[in-house]
Design a protein around this ligand. Structure first.
Ligand SMILES: [Zn+2]
Length: 237
């Protein structure tokens, strides 16, 4: 049995750790609200309907298509957009766990026990430059929270960045860039691809094709945000 003195010390230690980082992980404002401050929580815009990575240029919203169903928790705007930028370019790695919690709190569908959670990989050059893969930082805690299995089942060739490309160019740029790692996809497994942002769904489509070729039985996708793009539109970072 723990002594009252030991319990008190544990409580003080817990309070001290809370007081040590009272800042919102996005805007860094001092806040007691968790996981984000009230202002940032108000700037999270839920993405209501799932969308599908279709075979055409545009993602189909709310209408089941012939591609992969993508559950994106938030519209690519406000605090969610800032989270993506901080994760990707700001080195704010601890946001991966925060993002995973927010995704699961807002998504209707989630990986089940024993499902595979597969982060979208970076090419080796980009991984070396960045030092980490932001999708992996979200996928690993997300899998833990669901009782699913985080598996780095994909590899990716280095290709020019997608930024600045129109929909059709994005698909052409990604074609055949993913391959599954031998032995990491059990036959018939349900795989959940995890990425930070979905735009046209081209990345998800390519990653799903590699997983299905390796023997996956079903593929779904989860992203933190959905950046809606009209066909032919050029995106900026
Ligand atoms: Zn904030």
């Amino acid at each position: 049995m723990r002594s009252p003195g030991r319990i008190a010390r544990a409580c003080l230690s817990r309070l001290a750790s809370l007081a040590a980082d009272p800042a919102c992980p996005v805007c860094r404002a001092s806040s007691a609200a968790k996981p984000l401050c009230e202002w940032c929580s108000l700037r999270l815009y839920a993405n209501e309907a799932p969308h599908w990575s279709g075979s055409g240029a545009a993602v189909l919203d709310g209408i089941p298509g012939d591609g992969v169903a993508i559950e994106s928790a938030f519209v690519h705007s406000g605090a969610a957009r800032e989270m993506v930028h901080l994760l990707k370019f700001g080195g704010r790695r601890s946001l991966g766990r925060v993002a995973a919690g927010l995704i699961l709190a807002s998504s209707g569908e989630r990986p089940g026990r024993g499902d595979l959670v597969v982060p979208v990989p970076l090419g080796s050059d980009r991984l070396r430059r960045r030092g980490y893969n932001q999708s992996r930082l979200v996928a690993a805690p997300l899998a833990r929270m669901c009782g699913a299995l985080h598996v780095d089942a994909l590899r990716r060739d280095d290709r020019p960045p997608q930024v600045g490309l129109a929909s059709e160019e994005r698909r052409a740029n990604l074609k055949g860039s993913f391959r599954a790692v031998r032995g990491r996809v059990p036959p018939g497994a349900t795989c959940w691809i995890v990425d930070d942002v979905a735009t046209t769904g081209a990345t998800v489509s390519e990653a799903a094709e590699a997983l299905l070729d390796a023997g996956a039985g079903a593929v779904r996708a989860i992203t933190l945000t959905y950046r809606k793009l009209r066909p032919g539109c050029i995106i900026e970072r």
